[in-house]
Design a protein around this ligand. Structure first.
Ligand code: SME
Length: 159
């Protein structure tokens, strides 16, 4: 497809509904994981204007920073640490309305106020996480969780 993104107006759900098929087309038959993760991070950032969007990938026994869009971030996160390490350990999506209220939150940037982390699960094993940060409180809810989980399920089947 052409490397242009159509950004829908309207509700958050409308934006996700328009975005997901475009991501499927953007990935197409490309099999390179770095290329696909990079474009997905960019597409999410471009559509929603999130502060930071990126992937951490499980390597040996740590999460290691992967493709992302946004300010520089911490490179390694241990299992069970921060929001990302907790999502890895619990194999569950975590929505954080206010990062200051999340015990052990890792502040890569003091500008980040709320966050959602969705684990990438392949054959019941977490192989990475998608992390999205916002400069506003309460940016994420069950709608983001639903669509980002759908995206991550689809993504894992293409990795
Ligand atoms: N806040 C995350 C760390 C990653 S950065 O936000 C990009 C956490 O607590 O795991």
């Amino acid at each position: 497809m052409a490397e242009d993104l159509f950004i829908a107006q309207g509700s958050k759900s409308d934006k996700y509904k328009q975005l997901l098929p475009q991501i499927h087309a953007l990935v197409g038959s490309e099999t390179d994981a770095i290329a696909n993760l990079a474009n997905i991070a960019a597409a999410l950032k471009e559509t929603f204007g999130f502060f930071w969007v990126g992937f951490y990938l499980v390597k040996t026994d740590e999460l290691v920073l992967g493709p992302f869009q946004g300010p520089v971030a911490c490179t390694r996160i241990q299992k069970g640490r921060g929001v990302c390490g907790t999502a890895w350990e619990s194999k569950a999506t975590i929505v954080v309305e206010d990062v200051e209220q999340f015990p052990g939150h890792i502040a890569c940037s003091s500008l980040s106020k709320s966050e959602i982390v969705v684990p990438l699960i392949k054959d019941e094993i977490v192989i990475g996480v998608l992390d999205v940060d916002s400069e506003s409180l309460n940016s994420f809810d069950s709608i983001d969780a639903e669509y980002l989980e759908e995206l991550c399920r689809w993504l894992v089947s293409h990795l």
